[in-house]
Design a protein around this ligand. Structure first.
Ligand code: URA
Length: 446
């Protein structure tokens, strides 16, 4: 045992703060190859992560960890090449397809957007997984490819290359094995290291709260949002945050191909799709305005609505997909993405009001149908889908549709499990106040 590593681990295990040098040593240990002298083994890194998850990290430690992780690999400094380019991060939720609508919409309003995203794990799908429902699309890119796509379409949504924040890749995989995924300070350093390594000029954080979010409590969501906003801003990327409602799926559809279709319909201004996804559009508009303001671009609601009405936002999405090699057949008919062929409609067993939707369970059931993964790299079924046909608080008649499910095989037990996710109460029963779509705004601490 190296006594210097032992001293760092013993100090953190005792709950004492680590100095910048010790934190940098940990991160070098995570990023170095096994044959390099700085390399730390999994046991040592796991000990650091567990102690950090138990005792937390102070503000200086979080800064140092984020900074060391962001410099553990290549940095793209995109804002140097594309001034005013913005980024958005969501903590994820069921049906959260905001990125697919926000990026082309902002690009159409003259604000370039770059989003390096990940593949999904757990009950919420990753943006990359949704986009990969489009045949042929190439999401992996290096800096030059990202800049070329930005020049062609004004946006890029891509997969973060392994060269970005390699220390995070190793630490994140270890956290998954040792039950340290849900540690707020480790989440902050993990998210920010990748975002800051890409180097947008400003960013907005969409921190979800509620039954379908990974943080169900408002206090936790507030803490995470404030940390993300403050540390990003301190490290040179001005940021703002919105805490948004995830008590029910966002928009009508959940499931990869169906979310692409819904996003395209909203970008086209389809009135039925936009009305059914009014919550999605509200979150998207608010985040567009918020992040544009961070780079001094006054994008108004009217401009955003015009970009949809004129077809400009839709065209940006298609231009981007073309730049990323989407199949010609898809480009000829973007709305032709197939859903899984068997459709089941879950109807209200009686008249009543929708009192709760077990949104997390809906996400888990979608995974069970093949629409998500618990293990990295596992294959996905892009066609399975759920439509939310009634919203929280809505009054429904007996036999009115509550949910619509698209699946590959008729499976009555699974369909029954979906039905259990929606709770009805009597029409005149008192319901707790529903959370608004935009719950709170979080700005950088003075
Ligand atoms: N996303 C990340 O990149 N890291 C985390 O720790 C959680 C979500």
């Amino acid at each position: 045992m190296d006594p210097a590593i032992f001293a760092v681990l013993a100090r953190k295990r005792a709950g004492a703060p680590l100095d910048d040098d010790a934190i940098r040593r940990v991160v070098r240990g995570a990023a170095a190859a096994p044959d390099e002298p700085d390399h730390w083994g999994d046991a040592e890194l796991a000990a650091f992560l567990t102690s950090s998850a138990i005792h937390g990290l102070g503000s200086a430690e979080m800064h140092a960890l984020t900074e060391a992780m962001l410099h553990s690999g290549t940095t793209w400094r995109l804002a140097e090449a594309v001034p005013g380019v913005v980024d958005k991060h969501s903590t994820g939720g069921v049906g959260d397809k905001v990125s697919l609508v926000l990026s082309p919409l902002l690009a159409a309003c003259g604000v370039p957007v770059v989003m390096l995203t990940g593949r999904g794990l757990g009950h919420t799908g990753g943006t990359a997984d949704k986009l990969e429902a489009i045949p042929g699309l190439r999401l992996e890119t290096d800096r030059a490819g990202c800049l070329a796509t930005l020049a062609q379409s004004g946006l890029h949504m891509g997969i973060a290359s392994d060269a970005i924040a390699p220390a995070d890749k190793r630490l994140y995989a270890l956290r998954d094995r040792i039950a340290a995924i849900d540690s707020l300070p480790l989440i902050v350093a993990s998210i920010l290291s990748k975002k800051l390594a890409a180097g947008a000029a400003a960013q907005v954080f969409d921190v979800k709260v509620g039954r379908g979010a990974f943080l169900e409590s408002l206090d936790d969501a507030r803490r995470l949002a404030q940390l993300l906003v403050d540390i990003s801003t301190d490290l040179g990327c001005p940021a703002t945050g919105r805490i948004t409602n995830m008590d029910q799926p966002l928009g009508r559809w959940s499931g990869h191909a169906s979310e692409v279709l819904e996003s395209l319909a909203c970008l086209r201004g389809d009135p039925d799709a936009s009305a059914a996804a009014s919550d999605l559009m509200e979150v998207t508009f608010v985040l567009c305005e918020a992040v544009a303001a961070q780079v001094g671009a006054a994008v108004t609601r009217a401009q955003l609505e015009d970009a949809i009405a004129s077809g400009a936002a839709y065209q940006r999405f298609v231009d981007w997909a073309k730049a990323r090699d989407a199949d010609a057949a898809w480009l000829d008919a973007p709305e032709a993405l197939p859903l899984a062929p068997i459709e089941r409609v879950i109807t209200a067993p009686r008249a009543g009001r929708v009192a709760s939707i077990d949104t997390r369970r809906l996400g888990e059931l979608l995974i069970a149908l093949g629409g998500g993964r618990h293990l990295p790299g596992a294959p996905l079924d892009h066609g399975v889908a759920i439509a939310r046909e009634a919203r929280l608080g809505e009054t429904v008649e007996k036999d009115q549709p509550l949910l619509r499910v698209h699946l590959r095989a008729a499976d009555d037990a699974r369909v029954a499990a979906f039905a259990d996710c929606v709770t009805l109460v009597d029409v005149d029963a008192a319901l707790p106040d529903l959370r608004p779509t935009i719950v709170e705004t979080v700005e950088a601490s003075a």
